[in-house]
Design a protein around this ligand. Structure first.
Ligand SMILES: Cc1cc2nc3c(=O)[nH]c(=O)nc-3n(C[C@H](O)[C@H](O)[C@H](O)COP(=O)(O)OP(=O)(O)OC[C@H]3O[C@@H](n4cnc5c(N)ncnc54)[C@H](O)[C@@H]3O)c2cc1C
Length: 474
């Protein structure tokens, strides 16, 4: 039986209103929803559906299940593994959650917020801040990524060291299951030992098991003092020693520890020439550190200064500067945040997002850099990442003059050189960005048969029709 697109669109329009169903035959440009942030993946969509409530999501999921149309959940479309856009083959519609953006409740006494999936991360940070609370997830895309996307990717960001990643920040979820049933797990409990922790299934599942419509997340007391420092180090081994020493000195006050290679800093300065020189000399590696607490700036600053002095004496760093105020702190952070944008502007690069036990990172980088140079002469490694979490973005920019298509054709070969070593050292090929369509084939190579079989059984149990974000993850 042939599929009647007009009738399907008419049914969708009747459910959520004509203005909220975008389609090509209506003259709508679907490209912003069907092409991913990096411009690497694009697929056809029957429509872009923009529901405004959980009930509307439920109605659309039921329509999709009845008619065999697959749904691709989408938040801010800032994901980096092609998971938020359709793939060729089969009937697919993008389910864009951006209208579902209410903050349903902020409960300062329980230190929780209950928020709809389409709420922009930065909006939640600001609203929590307005009542003296902190929502600590923080990442470069925070002005456009959404809480639902953050949960579906188990996002990490720059404060995992102190607060954990999204999995640790979510207390409850509301999910529309693939058959249209609403799973209400919106409990703001820190202790609940009543059987399987079902919400964990949907965190990091990249929209393959259901549509997240709302979440209850943890808040923390907003820090009243923050100090940011930027240090030059001679090697990654020295950076790892610095991490251990600073943690020892500052304990829980130590909130971020970001490693940035010399070439990454140079790239940012090339594309963002307003970036100031932060230290008097050049170093092969730099570290951006942050400490925060509920006391005064002055007291925290003294504690950080004392810790850094001790680290200098113990030869855990070579040179360091401390931001004098909030604006200077932001300048330091924008250097870190602009790396992704500078790489994007610089042209083609093959991205990696690996994690390893922190103690093994110096050995890993030491062997990877020459190995990659030998295998891919002229390739430019841009290495940076959340060293405090053992997470490195080990990106490889195209050799000068090599055209994007030619370089991207090397992706599998580059990945294999890098990921074979990561897995041999018991690391992960995806610490943050997820699998999507980018690493599906590789995940199948590196996970054990037992892990893969269990993942497939879970998928089959929840989504027997295979209509939730098909072709992603599994
Ligand atoms: C400049 C930049 C910096 C970044 N920095 C970081 C970083 O530091 N740490 C990090 O972890 N990531 C980072 N990312 C990646 C990205 O921002 C995160 O993965 C983010 O969490 C994705 O959110 P999103 O709303 O854009 O989701 P999308 O890209 O729209 O979707 C991502 C995945 O989630 C699914 N999804 C979205 N919404 C829902 C929902 N409501 N229900 C079910 N599934 C859903 C999609 O189907 C897809 O599989 C960065 C990206 C950019 C562009």
């Amino acid at each position: 039986m042939s599929f009647d697109t007009s009738s399907w669109l008419a049914q969708a329009r009747a459910l959520i209103g004509p203005a909220h169903v975008l389609s090509a035959d209506n003259g709508d440009d679907l490209t912003p929803y069907t092409r991913d942030w990096r411009g690497k993946f694009q697929g056809p969509a029957l429509a872009v559906l923009r529901p405004g409530s959980t009930a509307e999501v439920q109605a659309l999921v039921r329509l999709a299940a009845r008619t065999g149309v697959a749904l691709v959940p989408q938040g801010g479309n800032t994901g980096l593994c092609g998971a938020s856009v359709p793939m060729a083959g089969g009937l697919q519609a993008v389910l864009q959650l951006g209208r579902l953006k209410r903050i349903r409740e902020i409960d300062p006494e329980n230190n929780t917020a209950t928020v709809e999936a389409g709420c922009i991360l930065q909006t939640l940070q600001e609203q929590a801040g307005a009542v003296g609370r902190l929502f600590p997830l923080s990442l470069g895309a925070e002005g456009s990524c959404q809480i639902g996307g953050n949960i579906a990717t188990n996002a990490g960001g720059v404060q995992v060291l102190r607060y954990g990643n999204m999995r640790e920040l979510v207390l409850g979820l509301e999910v529309v299951l693939p058959d249209g049933e609403i799973l209400d797990l919106l409990r703001g409990l820190r202790k609940d030992n009543t059987g399987y922790d079902l919400k964990q299934l949907f965190i990091g599942a990249e929209g393959t098991l259901g549509i997240i419509t709302a979440a209850t997340v943890k808040l923390f007391s907003a820090p009243s003092a923050e100090v940011v420092a930027f240090a030059g180090v001679a090697s990654i081994a020295q950076a790892v020693r610095l991490l251990g020493a600073m943690r020892g000195h500052l304990g829980d006050r130590f909130t971020a520890f970001e490693l940035i290679s010399g070439p990454a800093v140079a790239l940012v300065r090339r594309y963002f020439p307003e970036t100031p020189a932060l230290l008097s000399g050049d170093w092969p590696w730099y570290v951006l550190m942050e400490a925060a607490d509920g006391g005064s700036d002055e007291t925290l600053r003294e504690a950080v200064q004392a810790a850094l002095m001790a680290c200098l004496e113990d030869e855990c760093l070579e040179d360091v500067t401390l931001a004098g105020n909030l604006a200077q702190g932001q300048t330091l952070w924008s250097l870190r945040e602009n790396i992704t944008h500078a790489q994007q502007m610089d042209g083609s690069n093959i991205k990696h997002d690996v994690s390893l036990p922190i103690s093994r990172i110096p050995a890993f980088v030491e062997q990877m850099l020459p190995r990659l140079q030998q295998a891919f002469p002229g390739a430019r490694p841009i290495v940076y990442g959340h060293l405090g979490d053992g997470n490195l973005h080990f990106n490889l920019s195209a050799p000068e003059g090599v055209e994007a298509g030619t370089w991207q054709a090397q992706t599998e070969a580059v990945n294999q050189v890098l990921h074979d070593v990561v897995v041999a050292m018991r690391g992960s090929i995806s610490a943050e960005h997820g699998i999507g369509q980018l690493k599906r084939h590789e995940m199948a190579m590196y996970k054990t048969p037992a892990e893969l079989a269990l993942m497939r059984r879970i998928k089959q149990a929840l989504d027997p029709q295979g209509l939730m974000n098909p072709g992603k993850v599994l």
